[in-house]
Design a binder for this molecule. Structure first.
Ligand code: NAD
Ligand code: UFG
Length: 337
């Protein structure tokens, strides 16, 4: 298939482009580089020995999206990664988030309709399950969000579900849990700008000496060691999940919602200790107050992904910690953007 990846230069997009190319598909990316570097896709091309074209443009601009559909006709399917994703920033700049994350979907769907492209896989998030749920989280659980970023995912799910019905689309909505890790080559990985918000990039910068110590946000949660529990998934497993979702979607009209997680919850201290052991390092940390908005525990029931897509995560927490550090160590300044 010839696949358009919106946001393809980003963390998850670049790893997915690599897996698509390895599986014999074509991967064309459209990215405005607002949170990424063109270097990621150059490296994907080096690793795979195949072209990974990048069109620099904005998904909210119809002419930019249409240019790609014209230049690379026929596009068989789209994986829609493009979006702003910082939860805290979405609270202070809700309009930016609603505008970018929703307009990009509207524009994409209009152009897809014009070019008769019917298959779309969307990057959603476990954040749509909101709070106060039983664990593990199943796709048929009620949804609701606590921040504008989450609502953009929730609204996009709604828009895509309604359009699938009306326009005869094949849609898979993927609810990601906590993607970490990097490709085993150490050539591509997560490259956050400024001080990282998320746990693994923060840990990597403590390990490299860029940051002094990790703040563990709360040790009084109702969890075995008191620290927050999440379902961390290796980004290469996640990328392989996209490949499976795409191949499923290609000949299945309607909408499916699928969790991409491992089904295993690890605490913040589990991550710290596994990272130390896997990489032979010591991570200085301090117990700090809880971070506002955080929940105690969040992990997936991944059984639908196995049943429907024949996919499950294969990589261990040790693999995630080793590959995250390998990327950071080889690229202390990320892509140098
Ligand atoms: P990322 O920021 O690395 O990738 C997103 C890409 O989209 C970036 O390259 C950015 O430049 C691009 N982009 C943003 N707005 C655009 C626009 N209007 N036009 C063109 N390009 C645009 O983030 P990621 O971690 O790779 O996430 C990919 C998707 O997965 C996002 O939609 C994100 O919300 C979702 N997601 C991520 C996580 C996570 O923890 N990383 C969890 C759940 C869901
Ligand atoms: N944490 C720390 N110290 C840090 C950073 C994080 O202790 O410096 C803790 C958090 O309190 C939490 C865990 O590490 O218990 C994971 O935090 P992350 O920020 O890495 O991830 P979140 O689970 O908070 O958020 C992720 C995605 C969001 C998404 C959310 C729900 O980053 O995009 O999952 O699916 F909305």
């Amino acid at each position: 298939m010839r696949v358009l990846l919106t946001g393809g230069a980003g963390f998850i997009g670049s790893h997915t482009a690599l897996k698509l190319l390895e599986a014999g598909h074509e991967a064309i990316s459209l990215d405005n580089l607002s949170n990424s570097s063109a270097e990621s896709l150059k490296r994907v091309s080096q690793i795979t020995g195949r072209p990974a074209p990048l069109c620099v443009g904005d998904c909210t601009v119809e002419a930019d999206v249409e240019r790609v559909f014209r230049e690379y006709a026929p596009i068989d399917a789209v994986i829609h990664f493009a979006g702003l994703k910082a939860v805290g920033e979405s609270v202070s700049k809700p309009l930016d988030y609603y505008q970018n994350n929703l307009d990009s979907t509207f524009t994409l769907l209009r152009v897809m309709q014009k070019y008769d492209c019917r298959t779309v896989v969307f990057s959603s998030s476990a954040t749509v399950y909101g709070t106060n749920q039983e664990m593990p989280l199943r796709e048929d659980f009620p949804t609701g969000c606590t921040n504008p970023y989450g609502w953009t995912k929730w609204m996009n799910e709604r828009v895509l579900t309604d359009c699938a019905k009306a326009m005869g689309l094949n849609v898979v909505l993927l609810r990601y849990f906590n993607p970490i890790g990097a490709h085993e080559s150490g050539m591509i990985g997560e490259d956050p700008s400024g001080i990282p918000n998320n746990l693994m990039p923060f840990i990597c910068q403590v390990a490299s000496g860029k940051l002094e110590r990790l703040n563990v946000f709360g040790n009084d949660y109702p969890t075995p060691d008191g620290t927050g529990v999440r379902d961390y998934i290796h980004v290469c497993d996640l990328a392989e999940g996209h490949l499976a979702a795409l191949e499923y979607a290609a000949d299945h009209p309607g909408t499916e919602i699928v969790n991409l997680g491992t089904g295993i919850g690890y605490s913040v201290l589990d991550i710290v200790h596994t990272f130390e052991k896997a990489n032979g390092l010591t991570l200085p940390y301090t117990i700090a107050p809880r971070r506002p908005g955080d929940i105690a525990v969040c992990y997936a029931d991944p059984s639908k992904a196995e049943k429907l897509l024949g996919w499950h995560a294969r990589r261990s927490l040790e693999d995630m910690c080793r590959d995250s550090w390998n990327w950071q160590k080889n690229n202390p300044d990320g892509y140098g953007k």
